[in-house]
Design a protein around this ligand. Structure first.
Ligand code: 4AD
Ligand code: MG
Length: 478
């Protein structure tokens, strides 16, 4: 058996009393030909390895360069030096993989996040990305745990689909038809009958419609998978491929939906705070350093941990869209004409408006409900006022929209009328309408953008830095 290593995270919790241990990892630094800082990705903390003078030959020592991969066996002893409690007195060092220090792109100095994005294949070896991706993992795990504890079924909705759930038309086509000599129908249209699936298909923008089918039989379901949007938004908040969590619950109204969403967000934040304290503290410090470059008024009012704690301890503000518009119209930036986009009832709120509400006005997460029907998807339940729908978006400080959801229109006739008005062919969605034909029930659900959640928890500022290999307009490297 090759792998008899102990992970450094575990090792650092042991009492050093001369026990024999084996670790494997990558060299962070090698001082005085004597002290190796080794890291294996289980934690940002390194283990110090001490090589006694004269014990190892020159050729081995020369190969202990930055980011070389080593296997080290030795005894774990209390450290004599300052800065660490324990160290390994090496008996045996095997170089598993050499690393040419001159050519290694990650020199031991501070690199910009932009630069690290270009070498995303190596950025996992940095402390920042180690922390980010361990937290991302924890959040994903907590999500499954949250729903499992509540009896939800994890439903795998399809990635290739023929429907446009959001009706926004921002889809990547999936086809095997040739670009030249594309088969055409007699009237010149592309003949998708000859395509792989015998019809036009695309990558899913949301698993919701299929999720609703699951919920109206299984009760409570959730999806957690990749979704794709071909929107040309080159912003720090948008990806062309992102992960979304979409719970869908039978026998739920809008208020039930909001309660679950708030409980859910708090649960996964709490989980990360309990399980990733060290990484969060590291990222908090990183943020403070980063913000030193900014003018005072641009810096965060709270530290990262304080911000998360604050979210846990305070109820999210709940206001209607109409109230939100009123607040915006009364606001100093509106009066001083500081908003770039106009504010009036019926408009889709822009990020500047959302951020004013959460960051300046309420200073905490805000749930906005009952949006104008005209700016929302066809499946949202129509309110009695004839103008609004039972939608809810959750806006988070520093991020803007993090959740979008609604109670669904369960009344067949009303849904039909809405679809007609929006030119959505009912024949194509007859399977969806069947759930309203046979034992329809009030139901609701929402979608949480996973990367936006990771952004919020890690305090990172660009969505490209919280997904291993970001896909954005004109970029699909790796
Ligand atoms: O608001 P959206 O478009 O809602 C839906 O897709 C619904 N079907 C969800 C549901 O009710 N089941 O997207 C949901 C969330 C947004 O609030 C945002 O957090 C995230 O997904 N999101 C994106 N994240 C990264 N990049 C993008 N391009 C995103 N578009 C949406
Ligand atoms: Mg939305």
């Amino acid at each position: 058996m090759f792998n008899k290593r102990i992970k450094i995270k575990k090792l650092l919790t042991e009492q050093p009393s001369g026990q024999q241990v084996t670790v494997m990892g990558w060299v962070k630094s090698f001082r005085n030909n004597q002290f190796i800082a080794l890291n294996d990705g289980s934690t940002n903390n390194n283990i110090q390895i001490v090589t006694e003078l004269g014990k190892f030959d020159e050729t081995t020592l020369k190969r202990i360069t930055i980011s070389a991969a080593l296997m080290v066996s030795g005894t774990l002893i209390p450290s004599l030096g300052k800065g660490q409690q324990m160290e390994i007195k090496a008996d045996e060092i095997t170089i598993l993989g050499d690393s040419d220090a001159e050519k290694y792109p990650l020199q031991p100095k501070k690199h910009s996040l932009e630069f690290l994005r270009e070498i995303a294949h190596l950025r996992f070896r940095t402390s920042t990305f180690g922390a980010v991706f361990r937290i991302r993992h924890s959040l994903a795990f907590a999500i499954h745990q949250f729903f499992n504890e509540r009896g939800f079924v994890y439903l795998h909705t399809p990635i290739i689909t023929a429907s446009d759930a959001e009706g926004a038309g921002e889809m990547f086509k999936v086809t095997t038809l040739p670009f030249d000599n594309t088969p055409r129908t007699p009237d010149g249209e592309i003949n998708y009958k000859e395509d792989f699936f015998g019809r036009a298909t695309n990558l899913t923008v949301s698993g919701q419609l299929e999720g609703e089918l699951g919920a109206t039989g299984l009760g409570d379901i959730y999806t957690f998978g990749p979704t794709f949007r071909a929107e040309n938004s080159n912003t720090p908040r948008h990806l062309a491929e992102f992960w979304m969590i979409e719970p869908e619950m039978a026998f739920y109204d809008l208020e039930d939906n909001m309660n679950l969403a708030e409980e859910f967000i708090k649960y996964i934040i709490r989980y990360a705070m309990e399980h990733n304290a060290e990484d969060l503290t590291f990222l908090q410090q990183r943020l403070i350093e980063e913000e030193k470059l900014l003018p005072q008024d641009k810096r965060s009012e709270m530290g990262l941990l304080q911000k998360l704690e604050f979210v846990l301890n305070n109820a999210f503000e709940r206001i209607s869209y109409t109230e939100a518009i009123d607040i915006l119209i009364q606001s100093p930036p509106y009066k001083k004409k500081k908003f770039q986009y106009e504010v009036k009832w019926g408009m889709d709120m822009q990020s500047e408006h959302e951020r004013y509400l959460v960051e300046k006005h309420f200073k905490k997460p805000v749930i906005v409900t009952d949006y104008p029907a005209d700016i929302k998807a066809f499946y949202m339940r129509q309110n009695d006022d004839g103008k609004t729908v039972a939608a809810m978006d959750i806006l988070a400080p520093g991020i803007g929209e993090i959740v979008g959801g609604s109670q669904r229109e369960e009344r067949l006739e009303k849904l039909g009328t809405r679809m007609k008005a929006m030119n959505i062919p009912q024949e194509e969605l007859s399977w969806y309408l069947d759930t309203r034909r046979f034992g329809t029930v009030p139901h609701a659900g929402f979608g949480l953008g996973f990367e936006r959640m990771v952004l919020f928890v890690t305090g990172m500022s660009n969505i490209r830095d919280v997904i291993p290999f970001p896909r954005t307009p004109k970029n699909a490297a790796f």
